[in-house]
Design a protein around this ligand. Structure first.
Ligand SMILES: Nc1ncnc2c1ncn2[C@@H]1O[C@H](COS(=O)(=O)NC(=O)[C@@H](N)CO)[C@@H](O)[C@H]1O
Length: 425
């Protein structure tokens, strides 16, 4: 959410942000509604002030035994009370309506963000490692997993329907190794490990930005006022709702693990083979709350990116980093880099990590503030990036490290988490 004062004084900037983000919100309609609220607010306040004045005059008239004046003042008071009774519910309804529209206002993308309509206009700007080639017939991740009995999709689908999977044997151990590896690495960098709830109340989704717009992607726990998170980011934002932190506490650095659940509405028929796009997965999430300063946010944005790069390099996976364009970045972001790992069987890079900074767009929605060194209360800035998301990361991992004899080499960095094991198969 943006500061209403900012929207009032910069309608064109906000309209341009909506345009480049394919956001259809009518900013003029929001501002017209805002004007209605301001006018009505003034009328109700003036009526209240008049009421206070009247009650003093009525007391005065009573003191002076001026019955005639007192009677007419009381009649005025009744008239005023009627006016307030009629205007107040309307004012409250319009304030709610305005709030619901404010939730749909996009953040302003940084000037460095490429303007584009969709992911085809994202801009790759960094490559690491050469795309893997093989001098033997290489298998894709699903064939590899079946070869080594690492997955059972049929039985998972029996239990949970489409886009489900069972990780078996070394794949199950590999996922846990990756999660521990990521948590350890991030903890060593001073990020506080968290294992957060995967069920959260609606205010956490509103605060994080998944509600109201992305509600169709979220599973609901029936009759419980609870929803399943698609990322630990939601739970962490919700944890700090309505709090006022001290600037000395900032930056808060979390590495949060949670099972993640996504309806993947609108992706019917896309990425249906294997475990690329599924309803439930596990993710280790980097999350930062820092002081409300653009340079501070940029610093942590770069830090979160390089943390993820370090992890991927340790897994020896070729990747590239792309600057996500306005049409693909979503409402809340100021800037967003995706990391895409090379998938040999597809002969292309595919997203495995997503790194964003949002200034105070989330913090304003979740009302997370801090008292700065001058004692001024401000909304914090928030940022997030994937550390590891599995099983998607298993796809480049298994494919890239398959050997001519069919076995899969385990990168050095993971071996301590697998009892020193060097190969799968
Ligand atoms: N449906 C899915 N199936 C498997 N993996 C997924 C799915 N959705 C997202 N992911 C993984 O989770 C990563 C982060 O998801 S994201 O929506 O892009 N971004 C976030 O959730 C942010 N909180 C940063 O992690 C993706 O890059 C991808 O690796």
């Amino acid at each position: 959410m943006l500061d209403l004062a900012f929207i009032r004084s910069n309608p064109d900037i906000v309209k341009e942000a909506a345009r480049v983000k394919n956001n259809s919100l009518d900013i003029d309609a929001l501002l017209a509604l805002d004007q209605q609220v301001i006018t009505l607010q003034k009328e109700v306040e003036e009526a209240r002030a008049r009421q206070n004045q009247l009650s003093k005059q009525i007391q005065q008239a009573a003191k002076e035994k001026n019955t005639e004046l007192r009677t007419s003042l009381i009649a005025d008071g009744k008239q005023l009370a009627e006016t307030i009774k009629e205007k107040e519910p309307l004012l409250n309804r319009l304030v709610d309506e305005r709030y619901n529209l404010l939730l749909l206002v996009p953040n302003i993308p940084d000037p460095s963000v490429p303007v584009g309509k969709d992911e085809s206009e994202n801009v790759p700007f960094k490559y690491w490692g050469e795309p893997t080639t093989f001098d033997f017939p290489a298998l894709d991740h699903y064939d590899l997993m079946q070869k080594w009995n690492l997955v059972d999709i049929e039985r998972a689908v029996k239990v949970a329907g489409s886009r489900s999977y069972v990780l078996k044997g070394d794949a199950a151990r590999l996922e846990l190794a990756l999660i521990n590896f990521a948590m350890d690495k991030m903890a060593k960098k001073g990020f506080t490990p968290l294992i957060v709830p995967s069920m959260a109340r609606d205010f956490a989704f509103i605060g994080n930005g998944q509600f109201p717009k992305g509600r169709d992607q979220v599973y609901e726990v029936k009759d419980q006022e609870l929803f399943l998170v698609g990322t630990a980011e939601v739970s962490i934002t919700g944890m700090y709702k309505d709090e006022i932190l001290k600037y000395e506490e900032l930056p808060l650095k979390f590495v949060g693990y949670s099972p993640c659940f996504r309806q993947e509405a609108g992706t019917y028929g896309k990425d249906t083979r294997g475990v690329f796009r599924i309803h439930q997965f596990n993710k280790v999430e980097q999350y930062i709350m820092c002081q409300a300063d653009h340079q501070e946010s940029l610093y942590w944005f770069e830090q979160l990116l390089s943390n993820a790069e370090e992890l991927i390099q340790a897994l020896e996976l070729p990747y590239r980093v792309i600057n996500v364009c306005t049409g693909d970045m979503g409402d809340g972001k100021v800037g967003m880099y995706d990391i895409e790992c090379w998938i040999p069987s597809e002969g292309r890079y595919r997203e495995t990590h997503s790194c964003s900074y949002l200034h105070d767009w989330q913090a304003r929605r979740a009302n997370i503030r801090y008292r700065d060194e001058d004692g001024k209360v401000k909304f914090v800035h928030t940022l997030n990036n994937t550390a590891i998301a599995s099983p998607r990361i298993l796809i480049p991992l298994l494919e890239t490290h398959q050997q001519a004899d069919g076995r899969i080499r385990i990168p050095e960095a993971l071996r301590p988490y697998l009892g020193g094991q060097e190969y799968i198969g």
